[in-house]
Design a protein around this ligand. Structure first.
Ligand SMILES: [Zn+2]
Length: 137
């Protein structure tokens, strides 16, 4: 469904909701006709700010329109944008590869066991017990 088709459906749905809620209740047939005409005029005014892609038939705003190709940017991506995005992606890949081959830590990792109850390392606890035993002797 095109952008304006969606608006038309939305308008119809809203109009139905308005009729149910009562905001359009009591309005004359002339009012309804003028209301619908005003909506159509507003819709035509809005169309000036959009382009209809001849390939995918979608309505898109200026930001999504490729003026040089006369197509939306989905059907005809902008070359400069694609080049910039590809360069950025390649730079990110290069950084990751470089980082993979770089050593950032050359220390040693020791595994120390701790007592679950007092959080003292088991080696310290063992030393403490030995000292305590020696003092008692
Ligand atoms: Zn398109």
């Amino acid at each position: 469904m095109s952008l304006f088709g969606k608006y038309r459906a939305s308008y119809s749905a809203r109009r139905g909701a308005d009729a149910i809620s009562g905001t359009h209740v009591g309005k004359s047939a002339k009012w309804h006709k003028e209301h619908e005409k005003a909506f159509e005029l507003a819709q035509n005014e809005a169309k000036k700010h959009f382009h209809r892609c001849p390939k995918c038939t979608k309505w898109v705003c200026e930001n999504d329109w490729n003026e040089q190709e006369g197509l939306c940017i989905v059907c005809a991506p902008r070359v400069n944008v694609e080049v910039a995005a590809a360069k950025a992606a390649k730079a990110a890949d290069d950084i990751k590869k470089k980082a993979q081959n770089t050593q950032v830590f050359d220390g040693e990792i020791e595994s120390t066991k701790h007592c679950v109850q007092c959080v003292i390392s088991l080696q310290e606890k063992e030393n403490f017990v030995i000292i305590a035993e020696l003092l008692l002797i």
